[in-house]
Design a protein around this ligand. Structure first.
Ligand code: KE4
Length: 431
């Protein structure tokens, strides 16, 4: 593969955009090398600026579950754009998408649209604090809820002390209200609750984690978390920015059988345009301005152009729920194929998979939380990533991400991906 044009474009981009990208993970810092500039995409394929065709396993980090440039979405956006893109006034299509989302997702009565997953999660936490009158939140090490200050926090000094900022610009004042627990470790949660009695407004979690690679909660952990929240008047926030409308019509709440108090969305709900959302039962949402005192706003929130993409995508998923099963079967096929190759070569690995989310970790220990995910051999991962890229397979450029399959992937694409793993595996055998 040649990347001359991508390299030239990246050099120029770095002169005007910090790090040459508008979101850090795109810069290939975790895997090295020069980021690929994509020119266009269709279905399961990316076409980069050097004319290479790549099989895409990130689908823009999740949104493009039906494949790139999916006709009904494109047609809806083009038609809507001809009538204006945004008005800053209510439009009927916002209610159409709200009604559809509420009909698909359990335990929500109302939904507020915003412009990103970050905005959805940030607003959900403010709503939880406003509704409960309490300040602190618990999040889990390794879970990512966007880049608002309350979430850019790492574990504090002691197990039950508050967090500390993990980015300059985040103040200690903010960090003190964010407590860090360990995914799949219910004791780490109950300890924090006991040490902060009556002060915790909400626990926010990725119900199936995708930002440590894919990490699956044990049923006991998730059921226990729900019980702890109920017993301690703490709101359970499911961050479904990744899992929402990807795992099932009703997302993780449906597949796990756990009722959250507030649910956040992004990615798929916007059909590839900037849409985030947060939703809850009416009693909670009644606290949100202008109905209630918790302020939240946005110039482009619910803009009809983005709504038209989201409505076309959710309508397709709602009327064709077999898509979710089809995606799960393709992901299982890929899982088995990759596992067979790596096992045959005795390459230590773990493959975590849930629905159409999957991740490959080069470690011999099960990956169940951030610490075990961090034990993966990153040098092996880097060789794997670049070897697959050279074979025309575009994987997430970080060991702490999940693959997102899209419905346009054919079994031939999956077979070609597995063949690429066979090719690459020679270079993965540790010296
Ligand atoms: P955005 O603000 O990027 O739309 O959403 C933030 C967010 C919130 N919650 C979860 C579970 C998420 O995965 C995300 C964003 N996901 C990353 C991929 N791991 C987006 C990629 C990027 O940062 O460029």
């Amino acid at each position: 593969m040649i990347y001359k044009r991508s390299s030239a474009l990246f050099t120029e981009a770095t002169q005007y955009i910090p790090g040459g990208v508008n979101s850090p993970v795109r810069a290939f810092k975790a895997v090295g090398g020069t980021p690929i500039f994509v020119k266009e995409a269709k279905g399961a394929y990316l076409y980069d600026e050097d004319g290479n065709q790549l099989i895409d396993y990130i689908a823009s980090w999740g949104p493009l579950i039906l494949g790139h440039a999916y006709e009904p979405v494109i047609d809806a956006v083009v038609e809507k754009a001809k009538k204006g893109t945004s008005f800053g006034m209510p439009t009927a299509i916002e209610t159409e998408l709200a009604k559809l989302a509420v009909s698909m997702v359990p335990n929500i009565d109302k939904i507020r649209f915003v412009n990103s997953g970050t905005e959805a999660c940030m607003s959900a936490v403010r709503l939880a604090r406003g509704f409960t009158g309490k300040d602190k939140i618990i999040k889990f090490a390794g879970c990512y809820h966007g880049h608002s200050d309350s979430f850019l926090i790492q574990a504090g000094s002691g197990a039950v002390t508050f967090g500390s900022p993990n980015s300059p610009g985040v103040t200690q004042g903010t960090a003190k209200d964010t407590l860090l627990a360990v995914y799949n470790d219910l004791n780490s949660v109950s300890e924090l609750i006991a040490a902060n009695k009556g002060e915790i407004a909400a626990i926010i979690i990725e119900p199936i984690a995708g930002n440590m690679g894919c990490i699956i909660p044990t049923p006991a952990f998730m059921q226990g978390l729900r019980a702890l929240c109920t017993e301690n008047d703490i709101l359970l926030i499911f961050d479904e920015v990744m899992t929402g409308f990807r795992l099932a019509r009703g997302g993780a709440q449906e597949v796990l059988g756990i009722a959250a108090d507030i649910v956040t969305f992004g990615k798929v709900i916007g059909g590839g345009l900037p849409v985030g959302a947060f939703a809850a039962r009416a009693e909670i949402m009644a606290h949100l301005a202008p109905e209630g005192p918790v302020y939240q706003a946005g110039t482009l929130s619910g803009n009809p152009l983005a709504m038209s993409a989201g409505l076309a995508m959710l309508t397709t998923l709602n009327t064709n729920p077999e898509i979710f099963k089809r995606l799960e079967e393709k992901t299982e096929y890929l899982h088995k194929g990759i596992a067979e190759v790596l096992e045959a070569k005795n390459i230590p690995h773990q493959i975590n998979r849930y629905g159409s989310m999957i991740s490959v970790h080069f470690t011999e220990h099960p990956v169940v939380d951030f610490t075990s995910a961090a034990e993966g051999n990153n040098e092996t991962f880097k060789r794997y990533f670049h070897g697959m890229l050279a074979a025309g397979i575009y994987l997430p450029p970080s060991a702490f991400e999940s693959y997102f399959l899209n419905d346009a992937l054919s079994y031939e694409d999956l077979d070609n991906t597995i063949k690429a793993v066979t090719l690459v595996s020679e270079s993965l055998i540790s010296e």
